[in-house]
Design a protein around this ligand. Structure first.
Ligand code: SIN
Ligand code: FE2
Length: 204
């Protein structure tokens, strides 16, 4: 496989800027719209019952859900429909950067409107932390904050733009991260405001 190198590596987070061309972004967004038609975005709540500001849905054998019963992977959307398959256009992004011989079983789709954010958290509900998490940004810019393996301490932030891909593997696999703020992009492949982030993971 062709080897590509990240534009920047921060605390183990590998940032590939503009990895997706405008045409590729349009293709991925078309495919994600099909997923959302079959498995609509929903507002998750924290285990304590507080609604999150992002709306989400998933594709793949597993989807990530959060409600009063806690955070977990589930085989079905809250309405009971199975999650749609992960589109091939999205699989291809994983193949280009993940560097492992497994393919993702979950593509979490997070939709951020202008006021949405994502608190600092670890991704640790998967069974094998030697496998990376791959994140794809589309639409408006998101201010992505990268921290440490424990909560708190120094952090560094970067704006992620449409078409950027971040690989969270190695030293970054269990590092805390979050999104503080969304800002309007000068050009966006979306016809309205908002940011879409895809995170790809092997679950089992
Ligand atoms: C996440 O970590 O779940 C999302 C990251 C992002 O939106 O960039
Ligand atoms: Fe995450």
């Amino acid at each position: 496989m062709m080897q590509i190198t990240p534009d920047e590596e921060i605390r183990g987070f590998q940032i590939y800027r503009g990895m997706l061309s405008p045409d590729q972004q349009t293709q991925v967004l078309d495919d994600i719209r099909d997923v959302v038609r079959a498995a609509p975005l929903f507002t998750p709540t924290t285990p304590r019952g507080k609604p999150m500001s992002v709306r989400m849905t998933s594709a793949g054998q597993y989807g990530w859900v959060s409600d009063r019963r806690g955070y977990r992977y589930d085989r079905a959307h809250p309405t009971g429909v199975p999650w749609p398959e992960i589109p091939e256009s999205v699989m291809a992004i994983w193949d280009g950067v993940a560097g492992v011989d497994r393919r993702p079983e979950c593509c979490l789709i997070n939709y951020y409107d202008e006021g949405a954010r994502m608190g600092m958290h670890q991704d640790r509900d998967e069974s094998d932390f030697t496998l990376p998490v791959v994140s794809v940004s589309l639409g408006d810019d998101g201010l992505f904050r990268m921290g440490n393996d424990t909560r708190g301490g120094k952090t560094e932030s970067r704006w992620l733009a449409s078409g950027d891909v971040v690989v969270m593997g190695g030293a970054a696999r269990l590092a805390y991260h979050g999104v503080d703020r969304i800002r309007a992009a000068l050009t966006s492949p979306l016809s309205r405001r908002g940011r879409i982030n895809l995170t790809l993971r092997v679950v089992d």
